[in-house]
Design a protein around this ligand. Sequence first.
Ligand SMILES: [Mg+2]
Length: 381
Amino acid sequence: MKITKVETLLLSRMHELERQWVTSRFRVIKADCPIVVIHTDEGLTGIGEACAYGIPRLISEWVDWLSIELIGKNPLDSRIVPHPNGRSSAHDCAVAGIDCALWDLKGQAAGKRVSELLTAKPLEKVRLYASSGCRYDWRIRPEQLIDEALDYINQGLTAMKFRIGTEWSWDGVTVDRFLGLVRELAQTVNGRMELMLDGNQRLTEEQALPIAKELDRLGFAWFEEPIPQLDVAGYARLNAAVDLPITGGEQWTTVEQFRPYFEKRAYAIVQPDAGWCGITELMRIAEMADHYNVDLCPHSWHNGLMGMANAHAVAALPHPRVLELCMIQGPLQWEIFAEKPAIQDGWLALPARPGLGVQLAEGLTERFPYIEGDYMVQVTR
Ligand SMILES: [Mg+2]
């Protein structure tokens, strides 16, 4: 089998006004989805979603450049797999899309699911967590966060991650005021869902410590990226101060970038993303994490194809936890597929079909033509 063509489908969809979401100092106005498609001379086609944070146009240019070395090669030859470099997000997202598409091809050629190629006895289904909590506005009605949690419980979801809301300085939000909302949420949920908080690197260590202690007391599952990611020592201090896992690493794309965090015990759970670093590198990171007794629980934002790549990885991990499910991406998330994978009672069943187990719908570029420009706008108040 030989690779005959590599292309990148760039898809977009503007969010309706009520679907736009706001966090920190920005408002997200559109959903993007870059998909790498690898064609072969035997009629098999592999697909992989690259994380749109690498910027779709730039990702597409990198895919074109990297494909020079792929055309004419056997997709099953592991020597052709490109590697993330940890320096260029666009490059690494392109690598990730190619890597996932190659795994999809390998699975199809072997008649096995990707998860079965990664480990002998993978899970058949993975538990999802609702990832959102980024619509509440401290100025308007922060309790919207609690309505949202109740909605997820009604949908059968068993875990939720939320963010810290709009820019705190706009509305004089303090750690105490924030923790008031967190306690109200935890009381309302009352054990019906696991809860996680994502600080998106926005807090200082002085703010993060009392929050971590309170989340620990409330039984949260983890506290993600409380402080700026380069502060390894700060992460190590926070992680040592509480039993609650301090987590992070969604932007890191190589195992080497995780080394200081492993050595200093800075993360209790690492969160690379197959759409950002590829399945190959994610499994390398998982192996090194296991060596340090650290679990891996992937970041997985954006659309369903990236979700499937991360789902197969989770199903194959030594200590599988949960899979992130973005709740605010809109129709683009699953309508890219001819058939949506089954989600029931908060679990995603891995399709029986080999490879990543999904096929693209027809006419995607006509239905979701790429829209130039940034996915978000800055908000000033
Ligand atoms: Mg995060």
